[in-house]
Structure formats: structure tokens, C-alpha cells
Design a protein around this ligand. Structure first.
Ligand code: PEP
Ligand code: MG
Length: 897
């Protein structure tokens, strides 16, 4: 490990390249050595060698093995021990280490170098045959699993039988002789599964382990994990060969894992678990009850102090929270690994902010370190407080465990990863994966589940790490749970839960509830998040607006940081029950008088809608889009109408009373008129039909009413002292003349209202750009528009010629599966097509009106990748749903960094 400087120089002093070559673990071991942190002597076989081995069909590249043996010699010199020596044997570990940490890989063989012969040497040296046989049987078991694929169960049941026979309950109570016997049994188990003897040549052990780690790169679990985590498949893994140090040589030994800050909350201070007299995997597997790292301060104060100091050195060096593995051998502390610690979204935000305040990183770095996805977690469901209070009061708390990954999860209990994946993926059921503990084998089931529950394990257990990384709510270490994997049930006290029963778990509190608990919108008032987003706001150049139709949504959007309303879809207001009859009457009207009357009835509603929005958005712009959808959407369903007519006609036939007959006939005539008008309004391609600005041109009184309502509302709230900046947006323009004509009519109304009210409103007229022709002729359109808003839902639909309403439940998904399209264009802006039209639109529009304000209000406005494109295209703002506003604020800052 002491040749890092040379290796760095070889790759142009590029740390990323060093990590790529040595893997994260190897690079950090070498780096720790450089920092003067105590690391056991060792070396790394590079990822280059792994890739050459895999590409060469399983043959070590030239000279690799000789180099490995030479490096082993260097360790021997350094330690004074000799590999395979019967007097003073060197033992090493062999561990995988890819560029990115991958819990999906089989990765560790410990105690390599132990054989029947060297074991005797070790016994002479340590005077501790119990320790030596325990180490030897571990080697056989791990070597069996990693190198030869022997399952754990036969080994574990051999231990259980030995304990039963000896009448003891803990591994530590087995004697040297019993471990010796077990070692022999392990060799037999090994032979019966592999048909070969356990290798007695240490060099052979090392060679086979190196190969196994290389091969594990392409193991199913590793491939699954990379697919889920978006890690490239061609990176390869490095192999680290490190001198063994032992945490299980007595009560002055320990082993543990520690994070420099709390991985769930981000709170500063060491956090972790350890075990006295144990080996590393005992801690992570959660088989024995670990102790909290705080206890180390009293049990081994000197080591604890040193660990704290190392934590400080490593955080200063890496400028990030570290996840460390350590072993204390006979009072001496050794660091076995350090890496950037996995953390929840909440912890990621808090750590980034704290690190700025501690002067370790810049605000820009803090903003860059948090992903839009992590901000999104703050917006994930939590349990409804009331429902939780009721569940607690009603005795529905089944058990409590460690709250290792936040969020609320509800699902049916499943005890096995494969079944969890089947139930969730193939049958669309909501599941919770419940296991005694999880292993890399279970990752696919964990990903499919809504949440994870284990009866064993600590904060650093596999279950906790994986859950946190993927944002799955998880509760672990629920020791009251007795899980019976054979009978497929679990018990807590005398209560039994069967597979398929509903449970709810709270990753924030660690509570597990019986049944389904109502979830609710989360509270995003996390002080660290607020600060981080404020920093993001100062970095970004894009404004973030919200799509909101009602005052409550607008209020929430504002609370989340929206700088205005980028789209209010006014037609949504027309569908409300007390308004729809007036809308229908307006559509049915044949005489101008009837139409005016219906519109006059709608006007007060619209005025109040707008006034409400203006009040909430006091001081901020509000873009109100005039009615867009085709009119038939407001009419009753045709099939229902026909059924109603048939029913009325039947009743006429059976009626005897003249008055009844008259009334029924009148109803029939009314419904028949509605039916005829509805049929008349039907279009083959309604999305390309009478909608948007075309409606306003056909029925100018309709949009005229909306504009009157808008200006009356603006004047009303202005009188109340509200500052109002309305922008009137005309949808679906395709030709400049449409806009010119419509704007002339509407502006006349606007002026009239302002004159009537004696108030001048600061307003703007603009248009949506949601048809290709509009983008292509944006210079002409801009002559009549003070702002553009790209309606990328329709623009995507019309550019691709793919229906936005049908395609995602139809062929589009198969296009994505076949990689015909790289992304769903309705989710992520199509850079080459739609993006290009937007570029033309912006450029041409600003060529005639340099201060033309351009934004986006299609769904893409909340998608981080699309936001980056919007930034690149020089838009002024993005507008998205209120819940995406915080995500968009961060994504816009990332785009600007
Ligand atoms: C759009 O088309 O992108 C848009 C915002 O309008 P709507 O979704 O209402 O058609
Ligand atoms: Mg549209």
C-alpha cells in the first residue's frame, strides 16, 4: 500500500482514475497508509487485471500471478511472517473492491494461509488452539462459499449441533477441542459439496480466492445490483490482499464498524457497533448482539480516543462522512477500510450543510453533493400523525426496532426475497420484506418491497445499508420478533402474523404496526434542507414556478419556494358541480343572449378563483391560461345519455297519466338536444381539433368572460393592497394571426375593465408554444407575445406524433424495453427533437423581442435532466407541480454549477 504516490503519478494524479484502477477499498487503504493511519500491510490486484482475466476467458494476464507473489514477499518482509510457514505463518484476507461499493458481491475470504500444518504453528505461537480452530473453520466456510459456492447452512447447522451436544448457547462457549472437531467436519462438508479436498497449499488458496473474486464481478447478484444502482458493467473489481489482524484473540480484542456521523440523521459524532473478541463479519451479519460504539470509550478508552482522532483525520482528508471498519488486536487499533458513508437523504442534506458550516466544503459543493432524488425523499409519504396516535392508543404497535431508514411503508408480509419480488413485480401487490437478517442474495426482494423489517442486525447491517441507499423505509433489529421461515409466520409474544398479513412500519421511529396505517404528505420544513435550498437558489439562474390551479396548491407551491404560478389551467375550474351546468348551457346556446347569460353566471366563480390565487401569490407573477380543452369534454358521456334516453322512452310507454307523459316528453326533448350537440362536437382527433386558441376565436365571449373575470379580480385584490402581476396565456397557437386576432379582442376587454374600475394593472399577454409550427415560426409569433411558455406535453405529442393519453399504457413501454427510444419522451425532454424545436423557438422569438420571457410548463419542468436542458437553452424559468418545486430548485442549481 505504500506505493500510492507512484500509482497516482502513473495516472496523471487523477484520484478518480486511481479509484478506477485500485477500486474504492484499495485506493483508500493506500491513502490511509499515506496519512499515517495504522493499516495492516497489504497490496491490491488492479481492476485492469480483473478485466483482462474476464476478457481472456478466465486466464490470469501475463505476469500477474508472479507480481502477486512478489507483493506477497514484500508483505512477508514487512511483517516478518512467512506465508505457509509452519513456525510463523502469515495469514491474509482476500477481498473484492470495485470502484463503487457493491453489497451485491461475494467479497471476502479471511484467514487464507491456514492449513493443517500452519494451524499447528499458529497454536504454538498464540497458545490458543480455540482461536486457531475457530479461524481455520471460518476459512473453510468462507472459502467454501466464495470460491466453491458451498451454502452456509450445512456449516451453520454443524455448529448448532455442536452447541446442542455441548449444552451451550453461544459460539464463544465452545472449547478448543470442539472447534477442532468442527474444523474436521467442515472439511468433510467442503468435500461432500465440491468433491475436492480443502486445499492444503496456501498459495493455491490465494490463487483460487483471487480468481473467485474476479469472477464474482459477473455473479447474478452483482449484475442485479449494478443494474439497480446504475453502475457500469465494464469497470471490473480489484482484489485486496491484506495481512490478517484478529479481533477474536481474547478480551483485549474487538472489531467493529463506525461512521464519523450518524448515517440516518447526519448528526455529528461517531456512530457504530462493535463486538469484543469477534471477527468482522459477526458485526455486519448481526448474528451477535453488538454494542454501541459509545461503550468503547469506557471499555477501551485509548483505542476509542485514537478512533476519534482517525475519524477526524479521515473526514478532513476526504471532506466527507466516512464509514470505517476497524479491528483491535491485543489493544492495538488497525483500520481495515474507510469509504464515504452511505446515508439517508436527510443525513445527506444535514451533513452537506454542516460541512459547509465547519468550513470543510463550499456551498457549491454542498449543493452538488445532494441529488434531486434525495430532496425528493423529503416529499415522500409519512404516516398520518393522527392515524399513528390512534394505532398506538389502540394497541396496534406490534414491536419496536432500530429506525435505520426513514419513511412510511405499508405492505403485506413476505418472508422471502424471491416471493417479495414475484408478489410486487408480477402481481402488483404491496409488500414488506421480513427476514431474520438480509444478505446480498436478498437485494432484489428488498428493491421490490415497500419496506424492510429484520429481527436482527444493527445500524450498519446489510439491511440498513441497502435500505438507506435505495430510500426504502426500514426497521431492523426487532428482537421481539420470532420468525419461523418454515411455517411462514412470525410471533411477538402470543400474537402470530402470517405471510400475507398487512403491517406498517415507520422508518423514522422504528415502530412496527399491525395493519395498514394511513400515510400523509410529508413536512419538508427540515432546517438543513431549507438552508441547502436557499444556497441552491443563489446558484441557479432558472426561476422555479409552479403549475397550480387552486389557492391551496398555490399556497403549498409558495411554501416550497415557487416564485410564481407558471400555469393555471382554468378549465379545471369549469368541471366543478355548481359550474358545469352553466358551462353546458353555454355550449348548448344557439342564441347570443343565452350564451351571454350562461357566461355571466360563470363570471363570478372565475373572478373568485382568480382573486384567491392572486391573494396567495401576493407580489408574484401568476400565469393564467385561457380555456384549452375541446368542448365535448364538458358534455355528458354519450353512452350514458343514450341509456337515459332509452329509459325515459320506456317510461313514456308505460305512463298513463297525461301530466307524467308531458313531463317525460319534455325531458326527452331536452336530452335529445344535448345528445345531438354532443354528437356534433365529437371529433376524430379531438387533441388536434377545436381546442386552445381556436375555441377563443370561435367563441370570443368565452375567453372574453375569462379575461373580464381576471381583470375584475385583479382590480378587486389591488384595492385590498395585494400586488398582482397577471399574465394571460393563450394555448395551442399555431399561426401568428391566431394570436394577433385573439389578443386584439381580449386586450380590448382588459382595457375596458380597467377603465370601469379606474385601476391600471401591470399585465402581459403571451402564448404557449406547444405545436411544432409555433416553434418554427416563433419570430412571427413573438411579434404578438410578451412571453412564451413551452407546453412540452403537447409539443412532445405533436412532434413525435405519439398520443400522450394512450402511448404510455401501450406501445411506448415496449419501445423503451427494446431501446428504440432511450427515455420516455413524456418524462424526459427529447433533446434532439423537441429540444431542438425549443431551441429554434427561443432563438427566433428573441431575435425579434430580445427581452422575450421563455419558460416551460409541461411535466418536464420537474424532471432534473429536462431542467438541465432548459438551463442550456437559456429559458428564464421552469414550472412544475408544487411537490416537485424543491427538487426543481436543486436541479436548476446543479444545471448552473
Ligand atoms: C402542455 O401541453 O405541455 C401543457 C402544459 O398543457 P396541457 O398539459 O394542459 O395540455
Ligand atoms: Mg397543452
Amino acid at each position: 500500500f505504500d506505493e500510492l504516490d507512484q500509482a497516482m503519478a502513473n495516472v496523471g494524479n487523477d484520484w478518480d482514475a486511481v479509484r478506477g484502477l485500485f477500486g474504492g477499498k484499495g485506493a483508500n487503504l493506500a491513502d490511509m497508509q499515506r496519512l499515517g493511519v495504522p493499516v495492516p500491510p497489504g497490496f491490491t490486484v488492479t481492476t485492469e487485471a480483473c478485466n483482462a482475466y474476464l476478457e481472456g476467458g478466465g486466464v490470469f494476464p501475463d505476469d500477474m500471478w508472479d507480481q502477486e507473489l512478489r507483493a506477497l514477499l514484500a508483505i512477508e518482509k514487512n511483517t516478518g511472517k512467512i506465508f505457509g510457514d509452519s513456525e510463523n505463518p502469515l495469514l491474509v484476507s482476500c477481498r473484492s473492491g470495485a470502484k463503487f461499493s457493491m453489497p451485491g458481491m461475494m467479497d471476502t475470504v479471511l484467514n487464507i494461509g491456514l492449513t493443517d500444518e500452519t494451524a499447528q504453528g499458529m497454536i504454538r505461537l498464540t497458545q490458543d488452539p480455540r482461536f486457531v480452530y475457530d479461524a481455520y473453520r471460518r476459512l473453510i466456510q468462507m472459502f467454501g462459499a466464495v470460491v466453491m459456492g458451498v451454502p452456509d447452512e450445512p456449516f451453520e447447522s454443524a455448529i448448532d449441533r455442536a452447541k446442542q451436544k455441548a449444552g451451550v448457547s453461544a459460539d464463544t462457549e465452545l472449547t478448543a477441542e470442539q472447534w477442532h472437531l468442527l474444523t474436521e467436519q467442515f472439511k468433510t462438508i467442503f468435500h461432500s459439496h465440491t468433491q475436492i479436498d480443502f486445499p492444503q497449499d496456501p498459495v493455491e488458496q490465494l490463487k483460487m480466492s483471487t480468481e473467485a473474486v474476479f469472477k464474482s464481478w459477473n455473479g447474478r447478484r452483482a449484475v442485479d445490483y449494478r443494474n439497480a444502482a446504475g453502475i457500469a458493467h465494464d469497470l471490473g473489481t480489484a482484489v485486496n490482499i491484506v495481512t490478517m489482524v484478529f479481533g477474536n484473540m481474547g478480551d483485549d480484542c474487538a472489531t467493529g464498524v463506525a461512521m464519523t456521523r450518524n448515517g440516518a440523521t447526519g448528526e455529528p459524532g461517531l456512530e457504530g457497533d462493535y463486538l469484543i473478541n469477534a471477527q468482522g463479519e459477526d458485526v455486519v451479519a448481526g448474528i451477535r448482539m453488538t454494542r454501541n460504539i459509545d461503550q468503547l470509550a469506557t471499555e477501551m478508552p485509548e483505542s476509542y480516543r485514537q478512533l476519534q482522532e482517525i475519524a477526524r483525520i479521515l473526514e478532513n482528508h476526504y471532506r466527507d462522512m466516512q464509514d470505517m471498519e476497524f479491528t483491535i488486536e491485543k489493544g492495538k487499533l488497525w483500520m481495515l477500510q474507510t469509504r464515504d458513508g452511505k446515508r439517508t437523504a436527510q443525513a445527506a442534506v444535514r451533513i452537506a450543510v454542516d460541512m459547509v458550516e465547519e468550513g470543510r466544503i463550499t456551498k457549491e459543493e454542498a449543493v452538488a453533493r445532494v441529488s434531486p432524488g434525495q430532496v425528493d425523499f423529503f416529499l415522500h409519504p409519512q404516516f398520518d400523525n393522527q392515524a399513528v396516535a390512534e394505532a398506538r392508543a389502540g394497541g396496534k404497535v406490534l414491536a419496536r426496532g432500530l429506525n435505520v431508514s426513514p419513511g412510511a411503508a405499508v405492505g403485506k408480509v413476505v418472508f422471502e426475497a424471491d416471493l417479495a419480488a414475484t408478489w410486487a413485480r408480477e402481481q402488483g401487490r404491496q409488500v414488506l420484506l421480513v427476514r431474520p437478517e438480509t444478505k446480498p442474495d436478498d437485494v432484489h426482494g428488498m428493491l421490490a418491497a415497500n419496506g424492510i423489517l429484520t429481527s436482527r442486525g444493527g445500524r450498519t447491517s446489510h439491511a440498513a445499508l441497502v435500505a438507506r441507499q435505495f430510500g426504502k423505509p426500514a426497521v431492523v433489529g426487532v428482537s421481539d420478533l420470532q420468525i419461523n421461515l418454515v411455517k411462514r409466520c412470525m410471533t411477538v409474544g402470543d400474537l402470530t402474523i402470517q405471510e400475507g398479513d398487512w403491517l406498517s412500519l415507520d422508518g423514522n421511529t422504528g415502530e412496527v404496526f399491525i395493519g395498514q396505517i394511513k400515510t400523509m404528505e410529508p413536512d419538508i420544513k427540515d432546517p438543513w434542507l431549507i438552508k441547502l435550498l436557499e444556497w441552491a437558489d443563489r446558484i441557479r439562474s432558472l426561476d422555479v414556478m409552479a403549475n397550480a390551479d387552486y389557492p391551496v396548491d398555490a399556497g403549498r407551491a409558495r411554501e416550497y419556494g415557487a416564485q410564481g404560478i407558471g400555469l393555471c389551467r382554468t378549465e379545471h375550474m369549469f368541471f366543478e358541480s355548481e359550474r358545469l351546468p352553466h358551462v353546458q348551457k353555454m355550449i348548448m346556446a344557439t342564441l347570443p343572449f343565452d350564451r351571454r347569460e350562461a357566461l355571466a353566471a360563470l363570471l363570478p366563480f372565475q373572478r373568485e378563483d382568480f382573486a384567491g390565487l392572486f391573494r396567495v401569490m401576493d407580489g408574484l407573477p401568476v400565469i393564467i391560461r385561457l380555456i384549452d380543452p375541446p368542448l365535448h369534454e364538458f358534455m355528458p358521456d354519450l353512452v350514458e345519455l343514450i341509456n337515459e334516453l332509452a329509459d325515459l322512452k320506456m317510461r313514456v310507454n308505460h305512463a298513463t297519466n297525461m301530466a307524467d307523459i308531458d313531463s317525460l316528453l319534455q325531458q326527452i326533448r331536452g336530452k335529445e338536444r344535448i345528445r345531438q350537440r354532443t354528437v356534433q362536437l365529437q371529433e376524430q382527433n379531438p387533441m388536434l381539433g377545436l381546442r386552445g386558441v381556436r375555441l377563443g376565436i370561435q367563441i370570443p365571449e368565452l375567453t372574453g368572460m375569462q379575461v373580464r373575470a381576471l381583470f375584475e379580480a385583479a382590480c378587486e385584490v389591488t384595492r385590498e393592497g395585494i400586488r398582482v402581476f397577471p399574465k394571460i396565456m393563450i394555448p395551442l397557437t399555431t399561426h401568428a394571426n391566431e394570436l394577433k386576432r385573439q389578443r386584439e379582442v381580449l386586450e380590448e376587454t382588459a382595457k375596458k375593465v380597467m377603465a370601469e374600475q379606474g385601476i391600471t394593472i401591470d399585465y402581459k399577454f403571451g402564448t404557449m408554444i406547444e405545436l411544432p409550427r409555433a416553434a418554427l415560426t416563433a419570430d412571427r409569433i413573438a411579434a404578438h407575445a410578451e412571453f412564451f411558455s413551452f407546453g412540452t406535453n403537447d409539443l412532445t405529442q405533436t412532434t413525435f406524433g405519439i398520443s400522450r393519453d394512450d402511448a404510455e399504457s401501450g406501445f411506448l413501454m415496449s419501445y423503451l424495453n427494446q431501446d428504440i427510444l432511450p427515455d420516455n419522451p413524456f418524462a424526459t425532454l427529447d433533446r434532439d427533437g423537441v429540444g431542438e424545436l425549443m431551441r429554434i423557438g427561443v432563438t427566433k422569438g428573441r431575435s425579434v423581442r430580445p427581452d422575450l420571457e421563455c419558460g416551460i410548463c409541461g411535466e418536464h419542468g420537474g424532471d432534473p435532466e429536462s431542467i438541465a436542458l432548459c438551463h442550456e437553452l437559456g429559458l428564464d424559468y421552469v414550472s412544475c407541480s408544487p411537490f416537485r418545486v424543491p427538487v426543481a430548485r436543486l436541479a436548476a442549481a446543479h444545471a448552473a454549477l
